[in-house]
Every structure is written in structure tokens, then in C-alpha cells.
Ligand binder design. Structure first.
Ligand SMILES: *Cc1c(COP(=O)(O)O)cnc(C)c1O
Length: 354
């Protein structure tokens, strides 16, 4: 055991790095050698520790397993063009983590444990940060209710863990999506803005139904009237209509995506018109009929942009025009990547270089 920057570290004696083929990464397949673990009990966070990634021992009555007090983040660290490592928009992810945890009535890991923990963990597993462009080390901080007790209650004990894993650049082939009007993802007053486990569990059935009908994802609509577009699967959704980048405004039923925010900011920087406003399904139909919609895409950390080629509305497939590298979405994606790599100036202070 050694102590690095105040965190006790127990290193693995058997690195799994040689088992990884960095030319054939798959999303979610490989996990780096170490994880950070920090427990909360009796009203306080204990000493965080870095240890070899391994299975946990938890009580079958741990509250998270029954009542869903679990919250996660999804973020990435990149190898920059000069070889240094950059954690992209760490503070914005932390702020969202806090909001998610507060909504689920959970203990919030202090910012210094989050930031120092990530920094030390990534430094230790530095060799796991891919060098090939677009690839990244995916970072998965999460907290779950660990108290062993089967009565319904707010947990008094939590475990905060961070593990990481190398992931490929997802060059997503354009996908087909179906506007969902039977099921909903998030309602006003609910937990849609929080990255809590239950939101994902509840989305699987409608997504599976859409898959069986020949679509890759659902386009979620508002819970009240099913009239307005909210998100695309587990991504925010954006459209280019009349040469304007349009996306739904933030609300308690929209996840405040870091990618969404980054793309809107870059679009404004580059002089494009942007609008955050309600997008009615009927507006989309009209935009297809009049030919004013030119792009549709999901926005999220995994792929940055996921181009959409088909939108099914009430049983009718509407087709987007073919995409090429001149599309707005790819301009924004390139700009974002240039900043993350340290090639273009990081004027907004998004890079946290370790
Ligand atoms: C995580 C997530 C997003 C995208 O957020 P990013 O910070 O851009 O990765 C969008 N919608 C939902 C429902 C999500 O869970």
C-alpha cells in the first residue's frame, strides 16, 4: 500500500492490460486495472481508496437493489496530441452528479474526492488511455445505497465507486428512430433530469419494441400530451431546420447533456443560429414536407453525434437527406474533437489536463 496525493493505493499484481487489443475496442467490454472506492456512513464520507478492480461483496438487502437509489455519470478522458491526458468538462459532470444525487435523496461525494479521485485513478491507469484518435478512456463514477435493510427508507449508507475502461470512437452509422407516443421516459416533476438507474430500466421495453419494429431507438415525447420531442434514446436530440440548430429546452424531463451544451456553445461560437425551444411533432412533419429539415442527430458522450436517417411519425417513415462531411453536426463534432485534443484553443476552459 502506498499513499498518492492523500489517497491510499493498493496496486494490482496482475495487470490485464496485455489482454486488450486497442485496435479492436468495443464499448463497455474492457475495464482498467484499478477502481476508486469511498464509503459513506454515520453522516460522513470515509477515506477514499484506490484498489484493483474486483467484484464487490454487498448485502442482498442493500437498499439500492430494491428501491433504486443509484446514480451514475458517464464521461471521458482523452489522450491529447502532445500525449498529455485531458478529462473533458469534469466540473460540469460533477455538478450534474450532485443534482442527480440530490433528486434521489442520496449523499453527495465531496468535489475534491471526485476530482482528486479521478485524477489519481487515471494517472495510475495512464497506460489504459488509448492513443488512437477518437478513442478514449470512459469514466464511470457512481453511487449506490449500500445499507442492508429491507424496509423502504432513505439509505444511511452509500458507496461511491469510479471505474474506467477504454472505448472506441463510435462512428455511428445513421440510425432509424421511431417517435414514441405510448410510453414516456420522463414526466414533469419526475427524475428525467437525473442520471438515476431507474430511468434506464424503464426505457428498455419501449426500446426493445422499437427494435422489433425495425428501428434503432425511440424518440421520446413529452409525458403530458405526447406532442413535443424530448430526447432520442439515451441522448439529447438536435435538428437543423431552416439552417438553425434546434433542440428542446432544458426542463426536469430533459437530461442536461454535457455534449448538448458543448455543441450549442460551439454552434454559437461558429456563428450558426441556435434555438432551445419546444419542437412539436407536427412541426417536424411540416419540415419534412417542405424540405426545411436537413439534419437530425442524437448528442451524447458516447458518440458525440449520432446521425439519424429516418424518423417514423405515426407509422410513416420520413427520410433525412444524405449526410456528408459538410453537415453542421460534423463541423461541430470536429471542432469539439480539436479542442479535446488540444489542437484548437480551449476558450471555454473545458479541458482538465492531468
Ligand atoms: C447521459 C444522457 C445524455 C447525454 O449526456 P452527455 O453528458 O452528453 O453524455 C442524454 N440523455 C440521457 C437520457 C442521458 O442519460
Amino acid at each position: 500500500m502506498e499513499i498518492i496525493a492523500g489517497i491510499p493505493v493498493r496496486k494490482t499484481i496482475h495487470s490485464r492490460l496485455p489482454e486488450v487489443d486497442f485496435n479492436k475496442l468495443e464499448f463497455g467490454k474492457y475495464i482498467a486495472d484499478h477502481m476508486l472506492v469511498c464509503d459513506y456512513a454515520a453522516g460522513e464520507w470515509k477515506q477514499p481508496q484506490i484498489m484493483p478492480y474486483a467484484d464487490l461483496s454487498i448485502s442482498p438487502s442493500a437498499l439500492a437493489l430494491h428501491y433504486g437509489q443509484t446514480v451514475f455519470e458517464g464521461m471521458k478522458a482523452f489522450r491529447m496530441h502532445d500525449g498529455r491526458i485531458n478529462i473533458f468538462r469534469m466540473e460540469k459532470h460533477y455538478d450534474r452528479f450532485v443534482r442527480s444525487l440530490q433528486r434521489m435523496c442520496m449523499a453527495v461525494p465531496p468535489k475534491d474526492i471526485f476530482m482528486d479521485g479521478l485524477t489519481q485513478l487515471i494517472s495510475l491507469d495512464e497506460a489504459w488511455v488509448p492513443g488512437q484518435q477518437g478513442n478514449a478512456l470512459y469514466l464511470r463514477p457512481f453511487v449506490f445505497a449500500s445499507e442492508a435493510r429491507f424496509g423502504v427508507k432513505v439509505s444511511d449508507e452509500y458507496r461511491f465507486i469510479i471505474f474506467t475502461g477504454p472505448v472506441p470512437a463510435l462512428y455511428a452509422d445513421p440510425i432509424k428512430v421511431k417517435v414514441e407516443t405510448k410510453y414516456i421516459r420522463a414526466a414533469r416533476g419526475g427524475t428525467g433530469f437525473a442520471k438515476c438507474g431507474g430511468n434506464y430500466g424503464a426505457s428498455f421495453l419501449p426500446t426493445q419494441n422499437a427494435r422489433q419494429a425495425g428501428y434503432d431507438q425511440v424518440l421520446w415525447t413529452d409525458a403530458k400530451e405526447n406532442k413535443f420531442i424530448e430526447e432520442s434514446g439515451m441522448m439529447n436530440v438536435m435538428f437543423v431546420i431552416n439552417n438553425t440548430l434546434v433542440t428542446a429546452p432544458l426542463s426536469d424531463s430533459i437530461l442536461d447533456g454535457v455534449t448538448r451544451d458543448s455543441l450549442l456553445t460551439l454552434a454559437n461560437d461558429l456563428g450558426y443560429n441556435t434555438e432551445e425551444r419546444a419542437i412539436a411533432i407536427t412541426e417536424l412533419e411540416q419540415a419534412f414536407t417542405s424540405g426545411t429539415i436537413t439534419e437530425a442527430f442524437g448528442a451524447g458522450t458516447a458518440a458525440v453525434v449520432a446521425p439519424i436517417k429516418t424518423i417514423n411519425i405515426n407509422g410513416i417513415d420520413f427520410m433525412l437527406p444524405k449526410y456528408d462531411e459538410h453537415n453542421l453536426m460534423f463541423n461541430l463534432k470536429n471542432k469539439l474533437e480539436q479542442i479535446r485534443l488540444g489542437i484548437d484553443a480551449d476558450v471555454h476552459g473545458w479541458n482538465y489536463i492531468i
